[in-house]
Design a binder for this molecule. Sequence first.
Ligand code: PLP
Length: 373
Amino acid sequence: MENKRIYLSSPTMHGEEQAFIQEAFDTNWVAPLGKNVDEFEREIAEYVGVNHAAALSAGTAALHLAVKLAGVRPGDIVFCPDLTFSATVNPVSYENGKQVFIDSERDTWNMDPEALRAAFRKYPECRCVIVVNLYGTPAKLDEIRAICDEHGAVLIEDAAESLSATYKGVQTGTFGQYNAISFNGNKIITTSGGGMLLSDDEMAVKKARFWATQSRDPAPHYQHSELGYNYRMSNIVAGIGRGQLLHLGEHKALKKAIYERYKAAFSGLPITMNPYPDCSDPNFWLSCMTVDPACPVKPYDIIDRLAEANVEARPIWKPMHLQPIFEHCDFISVADTPVSNDIFARGLCLPSDIKMTEEEQNRVIDIVKSFFE
Ligand SMILES: *Cc1c(COP(=O)(O)O)cnc(C)c1O
């Protein structure tokens, strides 16, 4: 008999989503904006602890508007994380800025503050930094923000993967002047697709909403003084989000239990789970592992064997400085060999789907363990 497929991270719906959508139908607020959008913005802003939020069609749209708000102009350098999904850094190119990639540190896998300092020594003119909280683990956000402040640079936080994670007791998505979260299908909560821009700066969020609705000047006829975008979230999609938000805490607890079970099962083996410091409480969006350096097992050996057993696993994000599209970009590291390359070479993402049963997770664990016996 074919084994039931185990997913990396698939949507988990509860029922309330449907009620919010029904309300939108009943009041014919199917499009464009409406009560669900307004309420979802308010609810997320309150949950995260920011003053203002703009609901958008994607996390990538939020990052794009953040880059615009940061004032990035053609030719401007933006320091970006090297180890991340390309959506973190693509918006810099939308504005014709120049990415300079910053290596990771080993404690959180995120932007290395020491490498960031080195980057400012080389490019003191840089005025914008994007930081990411990879796989739901907060970066060294205090240190990074202090370095940005020292250099008068705007910090953008890509919290797409880390909604509900905290750093020193404070929610991620609040550390940048502008912050992005995502409700893409595989994230900890999902609206099928969507995102939000978060900020304490009311004028900035108003400006983002203006750009996101085609930059219509306040005139009765259609008049435009600025380039516009169609980036707003629909009222239907926001309804899904409102229903999901009711279950965010539960999703986080389930994700953590998955991580803890992997960690316990792999203790004593040459495997290390994705690390996090005591001061942070990740959301454990994806459980990841690295094979210890001396061990000859390669991530693809494990990923391929899992695939044969109908289990979805995935490599670590391929570092940006190794991407053909970003070949021309500079890369700053203070390590002998880049930390990002090393994590990529030795790591993989394990199934972290919250509908996965303990028996199913044991199937995954047994396959991984079989490589080390
Ligand atoms: C998912 C993701 C994004 C983009 O979000 P979308 O809603 O898919 O556009 C950006 N950055 C990171 C790190 C992500 O994982």
